[in-house]
Write a protein that binds this ligand. Structure first.
Ligand SMILES: [Zn+2]
Ligand SMILES: [Zn+2]
Length: 102
């Protein structure tokens, strides 16, 4: 899979070559198109190593699943820096993980 160098969209196959669906960018190169990749949810949330969980702060937040009131808390800023960071919570009891956009 390849991204448009101009606007960052995923390149698609056009009639003669590959190009961007958003802008006029085209390329003569062969682009690997991955069909297996799940575009919506590339980064799975809640994938943490066990030793990482140990250092996470615990906050008072109600688990939407089991109503437990303690959850591990961390944030991530994976997208562009002008976007608000995402808050992640993981239930201490059932390990359910959810996120909140500030
Ligand atoms: Zn583009
Ligand atoms: Zn829970």
């Amino acid at each position: 899979m390849q991204f448009c160098p101009k606007c960052g969209s995923i390149l698609i196959q056009k009639r003669k070559n590959y190009g961007c669906p958003q802008c006029s960018y085209t390329t003569k190169e062969k682009v690997k198109l991955s069909v297996k990749e799940n575009l919506g949810e590339k980064k799975q949330i809640g994938v943490l190593k066990e030793d990482e969980v140990d250092v996470l702060p615990i906050v008072e937040e109600e688990c939407p699943k089991c109503k437990n009131k303690e959850a591990y808390f961390w944030t991530s800023q994976t997208r562009s820096s002008d976007e608000a960071e995402t808050k992640f919570y993981r239930c201490k009891k059932c390990n359910h993980t959810w996120r909140m956009y500030s």
